[in-house]
Design a protein. Structure first.
Length: 348
């Protein structure tokens, strides 16, 4: 916990962790917004900072009260969403103070949050009573974080499910029992765009992209699907660096942007059996695209993104989607999608 150095100071470190029933990214976005600190740690009285998670190199100040009121000027040293965040300040009576937050996803959708406080050059070691007090304050603080994050996440999840349910009911009403034509699909697109504009219900952290060590670029979350697998709505959460060749869907499809930018290119089948591009659209917040079953498109995602993909039939049921490989000049069949995560209420 503490060790003496040649300079006569003491290095001290104390770490505490807690399991929280919310994705790591949700916890990350809460605790790395310094405006949250006075909500969960008693000694933090007031913070002057932007009201959002802070990135590397950003600074903020904190009015801190221990034995006396102290102003601490902080700088963020690391911000590796949603895994690690480190900030440093300096106090006359303690020397440097470094806080490190680590976030670990757990099976079932929850996460473990670890908060480590390090004083690399304390004038002297804390007494056992001081360490007990540090532990007690940390236990209270982490309990406060857990309560606030879990309550906010549960409330938002319920509101999100209600909004998705209302949108899907409207879309069922628009499509009815027949295969939709382009006119109907444009109305479906507009309704999906309206849902996507509720960005407050779809923060990136609630439906996070893969952790970098998961070995994949994107995750599909199932948001809605009928019992017969019709009207399947997914959220695509991507790290970026992902794309597809030109392909069809064999069912109707609609895409709407929530966060980020998905470039869509549109194609016709060309006379030589390949494809010829006939346009493109950047799908961002407020925009969508709709496709008839035989329409061709490719997608190109450079940076992190969250968007909606709605299909007339679920992706696990689409066994005949064709894509065109321009190198081999061959059409091939996409394997049906698997590894879709359920994000419907009560099924995660
Ligand atoms: Fe597609």
């Amino acid at each position: 916990m503490s060790e003496a150095s040649a300079s006569g100071t003491i290095a001290f470190e104390r770490s505490h962790d807690i399991v929280i029933d919310a994705p790591a990214a949700v916890v990350f976005d809460y605790v790395t917004n310094p405006q949250s600190w006075p909500e969960w740690i008693a000694v933090s009285h007031r913070v002057e900072s932007a009201d959002r998670p802070l990135g590397r190199g950003e600074t903020f100040s904190e009015q801190w009260f221990s034995r006396q009121e102290v102003r601490l000027d902080w700088i963020v040293l690391e911000a590796d969403w949603p895994q690690r965040w480190v900030a440093e300040t300096h106090a006359d009576f303690l020397g440097p103070i470094v806080v490190r937050y680590d976030f670990e996803p757990l099976p079932g959708g929850g996460s473990r949050f670890r908060r480590t406080v390090r004083n690399p050059a304390r004038p002297k070691a804390p007494t056992p009573a001081m360490v007990d007090r540090i532990d007690a304050e940390a236990e209270t603080a982490l309990g406060n974080i857990k309560a606030r994050v879990e309550q906010g996440y549960a409330t938002r999840t319920a509101a999100r499910c209600d909004a998705i349910g209302a949108a899907m009911a409207d879309i069922h009403g628009l499509v009815g029992g027949d295969a939709p034509d382009r006119s109907v699909l444009s109305k479906v697109r507009d309704r999906l765009v309206a849902l996507a504009m509720r960005a407050d219900l779809f923060p990136r952290g609630d439906l996070p992209p893969p952790f970098p060590d998961e070995g994949k670029r994107s995750i599909l979350y199932r948001l809605a699907e009928d019992d017969d697998h019709g009207f399947a709505l997914y959220a695509n959460a991507s790290l970026g660096g992902y794309g597809t060749p030109a392909h069809n869907h064999t069912t109707w499809a609609v895409i709407a942007g929530v966060h980020g930018n998905e470039l869509n290119r549109f194609y016709d089948r060309s006379a030589d059996g390949g494809v010829a591009q006939r346009g493109e659209l950047e799908v961002v917040a407020g925009r969508g695209v709709a496709f008839m079953p035989d329409d061709l498109h490719s997608i190109h995602i450079d940076a992190p993104l969250l968007n909606f993909h709605l299909y007339g039939l679920g992706l696990e049921q689409l066994h005949r989607r064709e894509y065109y490989d321009p190198d081999s000049r061959q059409w091939s069949v996409f394997p049906a999608h698997s590894d879709i995560r359920d994000a419907r209420a009560g099924r995660a």
